[in-house]
Design a protein around this ligand. Structure first.
Ligand code: TYD
Length: 214
């Protein structure tokens, strides 16, 4: 049993995940909590290969991509020095930028969604998050933001129709997981502070659940 909390932030590229994660980290640390921020794909060797596929838009089979993301996730969780498991056991609030929901929305729908869900959800090493926050931003806005910061678009950022499709995939996946997962869809077309107060509100709820259990 882990004593920390595992929070996942999902959203399209350009949805403002990094900004909100940084704000949450600062707020939770201000309150004296220990916070570990991490991301998928990871900075481990498994993640480096995936990043190359994404940045060079390599033509890799979707089943292979799903398996690579799963391998990277297992490294992310079980790494002896910097694994999520270790931080949770040490009592940290772990905030992860993307997790298996992304595999379902990006690879699942383009291969076999049931299989991608099964290999992730039925693997006993893969930890179920306490909370998933989905920053729901209009795909047109996301695409514009990406185009201002990147010279070349990554594999899944090529056009706004792809991004619209991925948003739909996320919403379908959340529907399928609503009985087993705590997922909050946050309308993130508002200003940064407003989005932050919505996010931290949901984080507070899961932190308070612990107080009630002691
Ligand atoms: P992203 O959050 O955009 O990282 P960065 O800002 O550093 O580029 O994630 C990179 C891409 O990885 C993103 O387009 C979604 C994709 N991805 C998947 O396709 N499947 C997955 O399981 C994960 C975790 C990410």
């Amino acid at each position: 049993m882990s004593i920390g909390k595992f929070i996942v932030v999902e959203g399209l590229d350009g949805s403002g995940k990094s900004t909100q994660i940084a704000m949450m980290k600062a707020e939770l640390e201000r309150r004296g909590l220990r916070v570990y921020v991490t991301a998928e794909p990871t900075d481990f060797e498994t993640g480096a290969y995936i990043r190359r596929i994404l940045s060079e838009s390599l033509d890799k089979d979707m089943y292979l991509q799903a398996a690579l993301f799963l391998a990277d996730r297992l490294e992310h969780i079980t790494h002896p020095g910097h694994g999520i498991r270790r931080y949770l056991d040490d009592g940290y609030v772990v905030i992860c930028d993307r997790y298996y929901f992304s595999s379902f929305a990006y690879q699942g729908t383009a291969s076999d969604i049931d299989w991608v869900m099964k290999i992730n959800l039925d693997c006993e090493r893969i930890i179920k998050p306490d909370l998933c926050l989905f920053l729901d931003v209009n795909p047109d806005t996301c695409k514009k933001r990406i185009d201002t910061v990147r010279e070349t678009a990554e594999l899944y950022e090529k056009d706004v129709n792809t991004m619209r499709k991925i948003r739909d995939n996320f919403l379908n996946v959340f529907g399928r997981l609503s009985d087993t997962h705590k997922i909050e869809i946050i309308d993130s077309n508002a200003d940064i502070d407003e989005i932050f107060s919505r996010c931290i509100g949901f984080v507070d709820k899961i932190l308070r659940e612990d107080d009630m259990n002691v």
